[in-house]
Design a protein around this ligand. Structure first.
Ligand SMILES: Cc1cc2nc3c(=O)[nH]c(=O)nc-3n(C[C@H](O)[C@H](O)[C@H](O)COP(=O)(O)OP(=O)(O)OC[C@H]3O[C@@H](n4cnc5c(N)ncnc54)[C@H](O)[C@@H]3O)c2cc1C
Length: 518
């Protein structure tokens, strides 16, 4: 049986960006509907009860927020709160078999300075660190306010930054400044990780620069914060706002094909329903949109991360003696020295599992325990999320389960190298006796939430500007009229940001002549 439903705007996909776009459009009086293939909205930003025997709702995929502009939260009157972490990062070390570590607090502190001193034998590296990030913040402060505007040009931004850091971070591969400015392998590595989270790249590829920039510019500070109630909290708030504004949702509704017609677009779903709209927004990845329209998909790097979610009975103690409540409160980097990152990239790019897999972790419940039941909080339970780098989808193509098993065991054994209590002894146990740990390869992430080859940004990131010769744009346009990308695959799209959702809605309203801008 077929139905015919007509809307002014249809959105393929109900990730957080589709929801943001729908709210802005509905607020402006536009009739809009979302078609989502899964039964749950949210895409990569869901919280779920991963371990059924325990009352713990984990941010299953994305877990920290930085790029979501405060303006979107206030425009949409979202009661969504993010919390600062007191610790930015901790990196355990084992130099000459002496366990130690570098603790970097979110605000400058004597602890950070003395850890740098102990690690590097002087205060030069600490001063370089402070100066580097002060320079980077010049770029952040110029770019952040442009994210919800049409794309600025390269020259406009460069002129506003007006500092050599532009050349170092935008024009030259980031590996150059890391090698020239810092001397410590470990410090270089901590900086580089922001260029590699979600991007499979060598330090001398500009792909790492792009990723680095997005990790440092959120709201002008680049601070990564904890979503109160977990990442699903954002989706809950967006969904209730969209509901209140009259957005229609069709879940369990997979779009099977998209046909451009004279009046706009005709959409066929897998269960043979038909929808029509004047404007179409794609929250699905651009590769998926191309498939739906029988077009060539854009080329892109593949996803390269393993995500491991854990529920713990207790936090593990560290060999270094550092308080685990500090060590795991921020980002806990392990085996992420610059040389280790580079070697792991070379090995995985040539098809091998890296000897040591660089990874980072963080404990949500040290900042926000509301994702656990009261009884679990009182009993000392915690969650840990682990994000491993340089484990590209191609490694899993041949023998998925074996590769996943090897990589997971390697990561846990590397981690245990820094722990007094092996992680396995700290994991909560399910009713059937199994340990509360789940690992997700890039291919599993593709299967579950549709990220092509597990790429967490849908496709390669782009610099947040247009070239001077390129026409004006919101960074969301496609080759088709009235069809805009409203997801991570847009320019300035990757991550939990709502930015492409806002910008695609702005492009629709602009195309409508701004008559209904609200
Ligand atoms: C493991 C992991 C960790 C991450 N960590 C972070 C983090 O801590 N912080 C951060 O900022 N970012 C993080 N990211 C990246 C971030 O989550 C994503 O870039 C972002 O959530 C993408 O949002 P989106 O709304 O654009 O798309 P998505 O969340 O991908 O949503 C797209 C939606 O479209 C639907 N869809 C696809 N095809 C169809 C179709 N044919 N018909 C109907 N519906 C369809 C999908 O089901 C999905 O719901 C992480 C991602 C992953 C995977």
């Amino acid at each position: 049986m077929s139905e015919d439903r007509s809307y002014e705007v249809l959105i393929i996909g109900g990730g957080h960006n589709g929801l943001v776009a729908s709210c802005y459009l509905a607020k402006a009086g536009v009739k809009v509907a979302i078609l989502e293939k899964n039964s749950e909205l949210g895409g990569a930003t869901v919280s779920q009860k991963v371990f059924p025997d325990h009352e713990a709702r984990l941010s299953r995929y994305a877990y920290l927020v930085s790029l979501l502009p405060d303006k979107i939260v206030s425009d949409l009157e979202l009661d969504f709160v993010t919390l600062s972490r007191s610790v930015a990062s901790f990196t355990p070390t084992n130099e000459n078999d002496v366990p130690a570590g570098l603790l970097i607090t979110t605000q400058p502190s004597d602890t950070t300075e003395s850890d740098f001193l102990a690690l590097t034998g002087g205060d030069v590296e600490y001063q370089k660190w402070m100066n580097f990030y002060a320079d980077v913040s010049r770029i952040a402060k110029v770019i952040a306010p442009t994210m919800l505007e049409p794309l600025p040009t390269r020259s406009e931004l460069k002129a506003q930054v007006n500092h050599p850091i532009w050349e170092a971070i935008v024009e030259r591969p980031i590996g150059e400044i890391l090698e020239n400015h810092f001397t410590s392998d470990l410090v270089r590595g901590i900086v580089l990780t922001d260029g590699l989270i979600g991007t499979f790249a060598d330090a001398h590829s500009l792909a790492a620069n792009k990723c680095f920039i997005y990790h440092l510019i959120g709201n002008g500070s680049g601070e990564w914060k904890v979503p109160l109630g977990g990442m699903g909290g954002l989706v809950t708030k967006l969904k209730s706002k969209a509901n209140a504004l009259g957005v229609e949702f069709f879940t369990d509704t997979e779009v099977r094909s998209v046909l451009p017609v004279e009046s706009g677009y005709e959409i066929q779903t897998s269960d043979n329903r038909q929808f029509r709209s004047k404007y179409l927004l794609a929250n699905c990845a651009p590769q998926e949109l191309a498939r739906l329209m029988d077009q060539m998909p854009p080329a892109s790097l593949e996803g390269s991360q393993m995500k491991i979610n854990m529920l713990l009975r207790k936090l593990p103690r560290l060999k270094s003696g550092v308080d685990p409540e500090k060590a795991f409160a921020g980002t806990f980097h392990f085996d992420e020295k610059y040389s280790q990152l580079q070697l792991a990239y070379q090995q995985s790019a040539s098809g091998q599992i890296p000897d040591r897999i660089p990874a980072e972790m963080y404990c949500h419940t040290l900042t926000d325990s509301s994702i656990l039941s009261t009884a679990m909080v009182e009993a000392g339970f915690h969650t840990l999320t682990l994000f491993a780098m340089h484990t590209p989808a191609a490694l899993f193509d041949q023998d998925h389960d074996t590769t996943k098993g090897i990589i997971t065991s390697k990561l846990l054994s590397q981690l245990n190298g820094y722990l007094l209590d092996p992680i396995e002894e700290c994991l909560a146990v399910a009713a059937d006796g199994s340990l509360c740990i789940e690992a997700k390869s890039p291919l599993e992430i593709e299967k579950e939430i549709g990220l092509p080859r597990g790429n967490i940004f849908h496709k390669d990131l782009s610099f947040p500007f247009r070239e001077d010769s390129e026409p004006q744009s919101w960074g969301v346009e496609t080759q088709f009229p009235n069809l805009f990308i409203c997801g991570a695959g847009a320019i300035r799209g990757g991550g939990v940001s709502g930015i492409p959702g806002h910008n695609a809605a702005a492009a629709v309203l602009e195309a409508e002549g701004g008559a209904r801008k609200g």
